[in-house]
Design a protein around this ligand. Structure first.
Ligand SMILES: NC(=O)c1ccc[n+]([C@@H]2O[C@H](COP(=O)([O-])OP(=O)(O)OC[C@H]3O[C@@H](n4cnc5c(N)ncnc54)[C@H](OP(=O)(O)O)[C@@H]3O)[C@@H](O)[C@H]2O)c1
Length: 331
């Protein structure tokens, strides 16, 4: 069922008027991690332009950055489909947001669930590929993929391909500063021949997210499509992401979250900026503070590996083979 924004707003601030047009594309400088944007350096959720009449799909929306993203979008007047594996947690988030927030089941670690979810969506303006898992012990998805690569990259790759014709505006894919420690092993993307290393697997998955976002934009442009593909990362935000190692590392990271991380609301800002502002095709946004870990949204740099177009093409072809989802760029 198609969501509309015309429904009742329960305790949500009235939809804002669209913001003044953005001052233009954000400049990229030689800064390796971020760019400070004059006049934009304190862009926050209150700056989200009015989104009345627009529909968003946000994956992993039942907690952490996803929930913060949804709250800000609904407050700006959007209708949002919370695409969640744990529907009960999603309903808890949605309950405070009124009828413009709707929960639907999506398990990115199961391609049958991805297809079922995509079939349930009739039209969407913006897809935010936000869900993710980090540094798990070796696990496999329902389709046999390594869990981090399968959930973070392949699930979103399949979802985006299945929805693309129904998306009117753009796709935002959430990567991470950890993409810099990632290496893609195209001969063993699913860790079947290598000894599994959980952090290397996370780096590979987040590198794949970013390469996918860049390659999607190249393919949209080549097809003459006005649709956009944009990437974002939250820097370092205290969420549940850091609690699934099933080891002492969870305790260490819980302490880090308390002492060093920014809030989920701050971490969601680059995604919100990428999803709602006038952005440059294929751009990558992250916090503008030191090392790109904290702060307000700005342009973010990425590793040389992320920009390797030959590898990105191969990753794309392998992802189509593994998921059975072939992209069409008709719409
Ligand atoms: N927090 C940070 O500092 C940080 C830094 C860099 C990048 N990121 C990225 O930011 C994104 C959001 O993470 P977060 O920090 O908000 O973590 P989080 O609080 O753990 O949220 C992750 C979300 O992903 C969902 N998810 C996990 N596996 C799923 C699956 N198979 N199908 C559907 N949904 C699934 C989780 O749902 P369940 O409740 O069902 O588990 C949860 O809603 C991730 O892509 C992460 O890599 C985060």
């Amino acid at each position: 069922m198609l969501l509309t924004e015309r429904s009742v707003s329960l305790g949500i601030p009235a939809a804002r008027l669209p913001a003044a047009p953005h001052a233009g594309s954000l400049p990229v400088t030689a800064a390796p991690y971020r760019t400070r944007l004059p006049g934009m350096s304190r862009w926050d959720a209150a700056n989200v332009p009015g989104q009345a009449g627009r529909t968003f799909v946000v994956t992993g929306a039942n907690g952490g950055l996803g929930a913060a993203t949804v709250r800000a979008l609904v407050a700006a007047g959007a209708a949002v489909i919370l695409a969640c594996r744990n529907v009960a947690k999603g309903e808890y988030v949605a309950a405070a947001l009124g009828e413009r927030a709707q929960v639907r089941r999506l398990d990115l670690a199961d391609l049958a669930s991805v297809r079922e979810f995509a079939d349930s969506v009739s039209q969407v303006d913006v897809l935010i590929n936000n869900a993710g898992v980090m540094a798990l012990p070796l696990r496999r998805t329902a389709d046999g993929f390594e869990m981090q690569f399968g959930t973070n990259h392949l699930g979103h790759f399949a979802l985006t391909g299945l929805l693309l014709d129904k998306i009117s505006d753009r796709v935002v894919t959430v990567s991470s500063g950890a993409h810099r420690m990632g290496e893609l092993d195209l001969d063993d993307l699913n860790w079947e021949r290598r000894k599994y290393r959980r952090w290397a697997a996370y780096g590979q998955a987040k590198l794949a997210n970013l390469m996918f976002a860049y390659e999607l934009q190249r393919r949209l442009t080549a097809a003459g499509s006005p649709k956009l593909s944009v990437a974002a990362h939250p820097g370092y935000a205290a969420t549940e992401l850091q609690s699934h190692t099933e080891s002492i590392q969870d305790m260490v990271m819980a302490l880090g979250n308390r002492l060093l991380a920014q809030s989920a609301e701050m971490g969601a800002l680059p995604s919100l900026f990428a999803a709602t502002e006038k952005v440059e095709p294929g751009a990558y946004y992250g916090p503008n503070g030191r090392m790109g870990l904290h702060g307000y949204p700005g342009r973010s740099g990425s590793s040389a590996a992320a920009k390797d177009e030959r590898v990105a093409r191969e990753l794309w072809e392998l992802s189509e083979k593994l998921t059975g989802v072939t992209y069409t760029f008709g719409g």
